[in-house]
Design a protein around this ligand. Structure first.
Ligand code: PLP
Length: 435
């Protein structure tokens, strides 16, 4: 049965008249009306299984009742008061909880903002203040946000920099090792990690004074780039290099944290304790809240009001976050992400056996990048195929988008059921077949 999108189309036409294009990467004319768990409905009543979770911003599912209840209760009590001058209990409770949740046993403190982008900016500010050094290193294909500093860190699309320079000075991009693209045919993972680290160190031979580097800011698993994890030994070498040279090792967990990758934080895969960590997105189930968590002495290096904003740590957002963290614990969503992630990985690998279009399957928790290529030898990105397949899925009630135009992005709410996963994979299989 063909789906009707009359109301969707009307509203999108209205939107295009007034909503500035800089804020949207349009995939489909889908006007979301309501959602529950891993399901969504549009304004025409069409039903979807959501394999995107609002780009990993609703790990506990849409309109999770406990989160909704916490929001309503807090709204009745107090909608907002600036946390920069006075205090409120949801913020006090959440700061303690986050300080204890971040990896490592050292005493930690938390600084709140509203968006992930601001938290990424916070990483820069705290690292520079603590080390009294200017240089920041981030990575190719990274996405850290779109405020000016976060956009400077990012290196995934020229449109994040175009027409808005000069950007932040002293930010340099390092190549992010990607085994599928960069590992040589007969090279072991250990050798690949070693070579990648050697290439990283070359930067300090001819270009940058190492003693002027404040921080390395990295997504331990890149999200927007298509779920790419560097070799474990490479990241460990980077972290050691930071320790040896007084550089802050700062991780962006905004996309991959809070159970997404099958561990609480994606850095847990590497056994590294970072100096600074940024979280956001799913922290308050998509309500505007983000945080930088770091060792107390680092977080104490900036004086007020260096990282205060009027709406940071809004009480409703903090209440939503506390309820979200409870759900993650009570439903054991980190373990579920790992187990169901394995289930999904098997499904993706079965599809890879069937369709030569699938060049690489990278599944880490309920979190996958499925790289489509026109030819497995040349690994030429199959952009048209990827766009056709996600549109076919959309038309058959499964919501998925692409990263880098040719990588299917699979990040369902962690509460997705096996039945929903099976249903989604049936639709995906048919979409490949039709293509
Ligand atoms: C890894 C990462 N960091 C930072 C951000 C920026 O977060 P926000 O869009 O909330 O500003 C994103 C958003 O996609 C992200 O994926």
């Amino acid at each position: 049965m063909t789906r009707q999108h009359q109301r969707d189309e009307q509203l999108v036409t209205q939107d295009q008249r007034y909503f500035a294009g800089a804020g949207r990467l349009p995939f489909f004319n889908l006007v979301v009306d309501h959602g529950l768990g891993a399901e969504l409905w549009d304004v025409d009543g069409n039903h979807y299984i959501d394999l995107l979770a609002s780009v990993s911003a609703v790990n506990v599912g849409h309109s999770r009742p406990e989160v909704v209840q916490a929001i309503k209760q807090q709204a009745d009590q107090l909608v907002h008061y600036i946390s920069g001058y006075f205090y409120h209990q949801p913020e006090i409770e959440l700061a303690e909880r986050l300080a204890k949740l971040a990896p490592g046993t050292a005493s930690k403190k938390v600084s709140f903002s509203t968006s992930g982008s601001e938290a990424a900016e916070g990483l820069i500010k705290f690292a520079r203040a603590y080390t009294k050094r200017p240089i920041i290193l981030s990575f190719s294909n990274s996405w850290h946000g779109t405020t000016l500093g976060a956009a400077t860190l990012s290196a995934i699309s020229p449109n994040m920099h175009r027409k808005m320079g000069p950007l932040l000075p002293d930010v340099y991009h390092v190549h992010f090792p990607n085994a599928y693209r960069d590992q040589l045919p007969n090279e072991s993972t250990a050798a690949f990690a070693k070579r990648s680290f050697y290439e990283f160190k070359q930067l300090f031979e001819r270009d940058l004074p190492v003693e002027e580097v404040a921080a390395i800011i990295i997504e331990p698993i890149q999200g927007d780039a298509g779920i790419v994890a560097p070799p474990k030994a490479y990241l460990q070498s980077l972290a050691n290099f930071c320790r040896q040279n007084g550089i802050m090792f700062a991780v962006d967990e905004i996309n991959q944290g809070l159970g997404r990758s099958g561990t609480y934080w994606s850095i847990d895969h590497y056994g590294i304790v970072p100096d600074l960590l940024a979280t956001g997105k799913s922290l308050a189930s998509g309500m505007p809240l983000s945080a930088v968590i770091g060792r107390s002495e680092i977080m104490d290096s900036l004086p007020a009001p260096a990282n205060a904003t009027t709406t940071a740590a809004n009480p409703i957002c903090c209440a939503a976050a506390l309820a979200t963290l409870d759900v993650i614990d009570q439903e054991k969503l980190v373990t579920k992400s790992k187990i169901d992630g394995q289930y999904a990985a098997d499904k993706w690998r079965a599809l890879q056996q069937k369709y030569p279009l699938i060049g690489d399957v990278r599944c880490i928790g309920l979190n996958a990048g499925i790289e489509l290529v026109t030819d497995r030898q040349t690994k030429q990105p199959a952009v048209n195929a990827a766009q056709t397949i996600i549109r076919d899925c959309f038309e058959h009630g499964v919501l998925m988008i692409t990263g880098l135009d040719h990588i299917l992005r699979f990040q369902p709410p962690l509460v997705i059921t096996r039945a929903q996963l099976d249903q989604a994979f049936t639709v995906i299989d048919q979409a490949f077949k039709r293509y």
